[in-house]
Ligand binder design. Sequence first.
Ligand code: SF4
Length: 287
Amino acid sequence: MPRHEGQRLPAWLRRPVAERVGRGEARRAVAGLNTICEEARCPNRGRCMGEDGTATFLVMGPGCSRDCGFCSVPTGPSPLDAAEPARLARAAAELELSYVVLTSPTRDDLADGGASHLVATVEAVRRELPAVPVEVLAPDFGGSEEAVRAVAGAGLAVFGHNVETVPRLYPRVRPGADYQRSLNVLERAGRAGAVTKSALMVGLGESREEVSAVFADLRAAGVAIVIVGQYLRPSLRQLPVVRFWEPEAFAAWEAEAEALGFAAAACAPYVRSSYRAAEIHRRAAAY
Ligand code: SF4
């Protein structure tokens, strides 16, 4: 049986190498920018950048001020680069992207958590590519309402913030984060007029019921789009997978999310928060 970072993969998670790594890496080299696709070793990076015209840029990276148990983004914030917004916008135009996703590591070291830099980046992309939707996958800004309002009000197609896992597992999986704070971020972004989205990874030790309870909390916070994917260990330094959930479990979660009234839900083993972001945004917009 094939193995992934020391763990055996079940049949439904085996995919040909060509599907896992595609033209995206060459494109990234041209752009010379950080993408979360590479930094987080996303299993879909070939497909998004190679086929779907979407890339998720890691703004203010690659260093993060936190150290989540599942994440391969390096710890240790990098100095801010004032030229990054314009450079990123030019790269997005050169790559002829049709949907741009911006994410960032958490920047607890910056007074505004990096909100003004993110807003400047959104504005630069919108100047360069006025017709292209921009989605932001934001950190929690330490719970700052002002930071959330600034980013959510920047003319985004989607404001995303991931709860990542069920609250019981936060101390192990997201030690620097707080579940209720993340729900507040989503609720405040929605109140600021943004279409909101959140994702969680399963396979870290949660139960079905705990995932359902997170769905209910997200709906109560007004979240429009929910994403559930299988956690895969990026390297031996991150938490091991506790369980590979079967495809039937993901199908059941997707049906449950739709019944709960989310505008769009995508639940499948290889789904990630930015995967098929453009298509999911279109589905939510048509809801
Ligand atoms: S805050 Fe985000 S980027 Fe930083 S370690 Fe956690 S998941 Fe990774």
